[in-house]
Write a protein that binds this ligand. Sequence first.
Ligand SMILES: NC(=O)c1ccc[n+]([C@@H]2O[C@H](COP(=O)([O-])OP(=O)(O)OC[C@H]3O[C@@H](n4cnc5c(N)ncnc54)[C@H](OP(=O)(O)O)[C@@H]3O)[C@@H](O)[C@H]2O)c1
Length: 260
Amino acid sequence: MTRRAVVTGASSGIGEAVVRALRASGWDAVGVARRADRLAALDAEVGSVSFAADLSREADVAALAAHLAASGPVHALVHVAGGARGADRVEDGDPAHWRWMFEANVLSAQLVTAALLPLLREGIRSGGGHADTVFVTSTAAQTAYAGGAGYNAAKAGESMLVHALRLELNGEPIRVVEIAPGMVHTEEFTRNRLGGDQTAADKLYEGVEHPLVADDVADVIAYALNTPGHVNLDLVTMRPVAQSAQHLLARGPLAPRPAE
Ligand SMILES: NC(=O)c1ccc[n+]([C@@H]2O[C@H](COP(=O)([O-])OP(=O)(O)OC[C@H]3O[C@@H](n4cnc5c(N)ncnc54)[C@H](OP(=O)(O)O)[C@@H]3O)[C@@H](O)[C@H]2O)c1
């Protein structure tokens, strides 16, 4: 049986890479995001079937669920959509940015999960054996950093949703996987965070030898989904080797310590 995954955030970065990785390993994939033109281009390239939706809107999420119910079984939800806005101190934080981050990372995760769980259960009943949920949170969910509070709080909120969900689904054959990446060099994430300032975005990655790229995260997600259905990767924290911690990033070439 061909398994079908719903991948949110599929119009760019990690989500797009997940659609590619899943298609390459034999999955059917439904990419979801707001920008229909980018989704359509991906569909044409890899044979996914997209659905344009704003996941912060209940009506859009309901329409997505109805579309999925009418178009075949769903075996996996990979929730990648989200992001950061601003890098301000708490005292200077823009309430609109904070609201956006909670909508994009926490509330949409709840909406999509609630809407798709009945479909995932139906996929199990109709022969799928098990179902999967995967959430891309962040190392920002684990460690605060100055200027990160809004994103730290939102991603920690999403991570707690994942923890609670795993407890609530105990007794059902539904895996709940959290992937927490550190620095991933994607095209839009930092630029969007910094108000469209490409120069400032480039500076963040300057001199960092091999930040993670979207394909690195997608490979791990595909691995998690392709392991036998009884194996649950609760939490995978992944960083570039150059980033030992949120606050400890090596810039410049990585090299062994000189011999004594
Ligand atoms: N890049 C990093 O360093 C990094 C590190 C750790 C974790 N993460 C997390 O990984 C995820 C993907 O990051 P990325 O680097 O791939 O960023 P990205 O390229 O900016 O991707 C964000 C995706 O989310 C979608 N999205 C945002 N709001 C949405 C909404 N209301 N409804 C539907 N889709 C929405 C966007 O699509 P549309 O704009 O077309 O709607 C886009 O496809 C995010 O959750 C991010 O927080 C990123």
